[in-house]
Design a protein. Structure first.
Length: 435
């Protein structure tokens, strides 16, 4: 028999499983995800992708013992197996005083499906396409259904939206694209022309400075552009995962939770125009705004039902699953780093490295408490660029960076699941190394 696709059909099949009926309690989380991708080079379509995936999680309390299992095999045999695996896990476990199913609120249906085919006619949207332009667009729709043995209603959610990125590089830019922009956007493309115009100007300027690159050691201070700060904040968020914190796997030093007063970081439900919007997480806990760092003081962590039980507090509603992953984990929804009071507060500070290029995470012998990247950018004097900075490798401890931030720019930009300003350090952090 072929696989079941609709979440309601999967739920109806699972709840009739003869062994599941006799569990003390069970919770089913079912997700059906469709993704369409489009890639363009210089305005011409070069790649199209369509993907469909179903994911099922079964959590049980059987003879007062917890068990769980997940699967992407939604055939009848696969669904029978995931139930048996969850019950077997319960048989092999011991009673856990911290295990609990959080209380539900009937929040109704959340969100609506995305509109497919948004970017199919993209090449006709603008008359002049710059050379070396790469564009990537994604449309995603996730339908989630949560059900429990003890509940009379189910929770349903549609997470849907569009996102994408532009990148534009000069021929001599090396491994890191000169200019790159990513965002979670509304459904229209009205701002595409202004984005391309801005990126074209930045790329031309970067290329003109490429002939006289200098070493990072020339700079006396540091500015990370909003796009690079977004990468750092995403990495930093791992330290605010309640499960990692309770295991002692974060860089926070005991009760020492004070960092720069320029840092105010919150996590909040994503906007309805993004693929991440939902009113509840995969345990049925309501999503909410959480102040993580407030004026330099760490205030909160991100929790699921289990970690919040150990802390004797309510879940923060952050139990979710990354597309394509086998398991759900504690994750932020939309991180927002607040801006400062001044426009470009570093503009009168002499020689500053303005870092606007950042590699993906690099292999490093350092722990997750260290931000390891290859960076590059511009050398600025009193706010004006004077030279390119050669790519350099960094291993910067998160806590040292957090404590040393001097100020934040007033302007905040959005990059997918992170919104943030540029950040300024009046002294270069240690542990930089030229390539």
């Amino acid at each position: 028999m072929s696989a079941l696709v609709k979440p309601d059909d999967i739920y109806q099949f699972l709840k009739k499983h003869p062994k599941l009926i006799f569990a003390d309690e069970y919770e089913l989380a079912i997700q059906h995800e469709t993704t369409q991708t489009r890639k363009f080079l210089e305005g011409k379509s070069v790649e199209r992708g369509n993907r469909e995936e179903c994911w099922v999680s079964v959590r049980v309390l059987h003879r007062k013992r917890p068990g769980a299992a997940t699967t992407t095999d939604t055939s009848p045999n696969g669904l029978r197996t995931v139930v048996e695996n969850a019950l077997h896990a319960a048989d092999q476990s011991s009673m856990d005083p911290w295990f609990r199913f959080p209380l539900w609120k009937n929040l109704g249906t959340s969100g609506k499906p995305a509109v497919a085919g948004q970017y199919d006619t993209l090449a006709t949207c603008i008359s002049t396409i710059p050379p070396a332009l790469e564009e990537f667009y994604l449309t995603r729709s996730i339908q989630t259904l949560l059900a429990r043995k003890s509940e009379k209603y189910e929770l349903q959610s549609f997470q849907s939206g569009h996102e994408g990125h532009l990148s534009l590089a000069s021929a001599s830019s090396g491994d890191i694209a000169v200019v790159r922009e990513r965002w979670a956007s509304p459904t229209d493309l009205s701002d595409r022309g202004s984005r391309l115009e801005r990126l074209s100007g930045e790329a031309a300027f970067h290329a003109a400075l490429e002939s006289r690159p200098v070493a990072i050691s020339e700079a006396k201070g540091l500015v990370l552009s909003p796009g690079v700060v977004a990468d750092w904040v995403e990495s930093l968020a791992l330290s605010l995962d309640g499960s990692e914190f309770l295991r002692g796997r974060t860089f926070w030093e005991g009760t020492e939770n004070t960092v720069s007063s320029a840092m105010t970081l919150t996590d909040a439900p994503a906007a309805e125009t993004t693929p991440y919007f939902t009113r509840f997480d995969l345990e049925g806990s309501a999503t909410q705004k959480n102040i993580l760092i407030d004026g330099g003081q760490r205030r909160s962590l991100l929790h699921n039902a289990y970690t919040s039980g150990r802390e004797n507090r309510a879940s923060t509603g952050n139990f979710s699953r990354t597309s394509g992953s086998a398991d759900a984990t504690i994750q932020p929804w939309h991180l927002v780093l607040e801006g400062g009071q001044s426009d470009k507060p570093w503009k009168n500070s002499g020689l500053v490295a303005y870092i606007d290029q950042c590699s993906p995470s690099i292999k490093s012998k350092h722990s997750p408490a260290v931000w390891s990247r290859v960076l590059a950018g511009l050398l600025m004097r009193h706010g004006e660029p004077v030279a390119r900075i050669r790519p350099f490798r960094v291993h910067w401890p998160h806590l040292e960076l957090l404590r040393a931030v001097t100020d934040a720019d007033k302007s905040v930009q959005s990059f997918g699941r992170v919104s943030c300003p540029a950040l300024w350090w009046d002294k270069m952090p240690k542990e930089t190394k030229d390539l």
